[in-house]
Design a protein around this ligand. Structure first.
Ligand code: PA5
Length: 415
């Protein structure tokens, strides 16, 4: 489903240089070690698991106007990305029969927490706390705020119906859920945080938002079965460009609904590849908006950038530009053009300009902004990321560097 076009990179790196990179060994390693983990998730998804998630979804939906999802990194970015991509970046403002969804526990700001509490107001709400380790400080602090609020509003019995826990078997959160009687979902222990979207971690918040999780997983499965070649091509092309000094990758899309997928992608690639003194720096841009802020730097700054465009061949909505002279300028001649044509033209114009300016452009094309294409893209990126990291010689699955700030924070707080 995800098609890769490397033609925009070939002025910077040759096909031979790309194909010289070995994906065979990385793939063998991944198959041996992770087919029973994140790699096999699309194949192992089954109706029983889907039904458990849907039962939890109904429990939340039937009693709440708001779901607060507490989590950070891989425990929230995928769900937030999916809701923006599949539903809308303005999901909470839409007229709908599903709960509003707020994300918290992903920062240490008191102002942010208070604003979410204010936004909930006197509406009925439930909480889904998601943390693989069950001990991440930002999420653990937010849980204290929302647990106290649930208790105050609904009492002990209500709290038991409204606090949903998602965590690893045996984690402090699961122990709390067992001890205090909250509904809980266990994460597959062999699946790491940033590779966990296609588990209960991402699927429960998505289901609550009214996303068809069967369709989403069908897209992931299609990619699992047919997408290996394209995933490897993307992995090899970006690594070949890295060898040419293109050490920053700017993922860009011309659909604002993709923005949080860009945030999810940044975590996936940044934490998987950036270690042992190497790694492509992942960055995301929203086009055309960011062309009016970053465009100058991209066009003429230091030539260490590679870009990856994600585009959608079938628009979800495609209004036509109305007629009528508003300004006395040549833009009036655009009346009647459809917005998809204009957006695709913008993409082509930017691609040509950036290549001329010394920025190689890889392109990923998917059919449209749907649950199916989101599932496919997520799987495509996870597989290409793991292959890419292994090509560069690092282990994609640890994040030892993240501990440094945590250690300091605990010391500063005297914990
Ligand atoms: O990829 C990872 O494992 C991390 O980035 C985690 O997703 C993040 O640190 C959150 O951890 P946890 O789910 O344990 O709260």
């Amino acid at each position: 489903m995800v098609k890769v076009d490397i033609s925009g990179a070939l002025g910077f790196v040759t096909e031979n240089e790309i194909n010289a990179l070995d994906t065979q060994k990385p793939l063998e390693k991944l198959k041996t070690l992770y087919e029973n983990g994140w790699m096999g998730l699309p194949a192992s998804f089954n109706p029983e698991l889907a039904n458990v998630i849907k039962r939890f979804r109904d429990g939340i939906k039937n009693q709440s106007d708001v779901l607060v999802v507490l989590g950070i990194g891989g425990s929230y970015l995928g769900a937030r990305a999916a809701i923006e991509y599949i539903k809308s970046p303005n999901y909470n403002l839409l007229k709908k029969d599903t709960p509003d969804i707020y994300f918290a526990g992903n920062n240490a700001s008191g102002e942010y927490l208070n604003q979410i509490i204010e936004l909930i107001g006197d509406r009925d709400f439930s909480v889904n706390v998601i943390s693989k380790s069950g001990s991440t400080i930002e999420t653990a602090i937010a849980l204290r705020f929302f647990k106290a609020m649930l208790l105050q509003r609904y009492g002990e019995a209500g709290l038991k119906d409204r606090l949903y826990v998602t965590s690893d078997i045996g984690s402090p959160l699961i122990k709390m859920a067992e001890r205090e009687g909250y509904p809980f979902l266990e994460m597959p222990p062999e699946v790491g945080g940033r590779y966990s979207f296609l588990t209960v971690v991402g699927l429960l918040p998505c289901a609550v938002a009214g996303i068809d999780i069967d369709e989403l997983m069908a897209g992931a499965k299609e990619e699992y079965e047919n997408g290996l070649e394209d995933a490897c091509l993307y992995a090899k092309a970006r690594q070949a460009l890295y060898k040419k000094g293109k050490n920053i990758e700017m993922l860009a899309s011309f659909e604002p609904a993709f923005r949080y997928t860009g945030e999810w992608w940044k975590q996936l690639f940044g934490e998987s590849e950036g270690k042992e003194g190497i790694g492509i720096f992942p960055s995301y841009a929203d086009y055309t908006a960011d062309l009016h802020s970053m465009g100058q730097l991209i066009q003429e700054g230091e030539r260490n950038l590679q870009e990856t465009f994600v585009s959608f061949s079938e628009p979800r909505q495609n209004p036509k530009v109305p007629g009528g002279d508003i300004h006395d300028d040549k833009i009036s001649a655009i009346a009647g053009f459809d917005m998809h044509k204009i957006n695709m033209s913008a993409s082509e114009a930017v691609k040509r300009a950036h290549i001329d300016g010394g920025v190689p452009v890889l392109e990923l094309c998917v059919p449209g902004l749907s649950a199916k294409s989101f599932g496919a893209l997520v799987y495509f990126f996870m597989r290409s990321c793991a292959v890419s990291a292994l090509i560069s010689g690092v282990n994609p699955f640890g994040q030892p560097g993240v501990e440094a700030y945590k250690k300091n924070l605990f010391a500063i707080l005297g914990l």
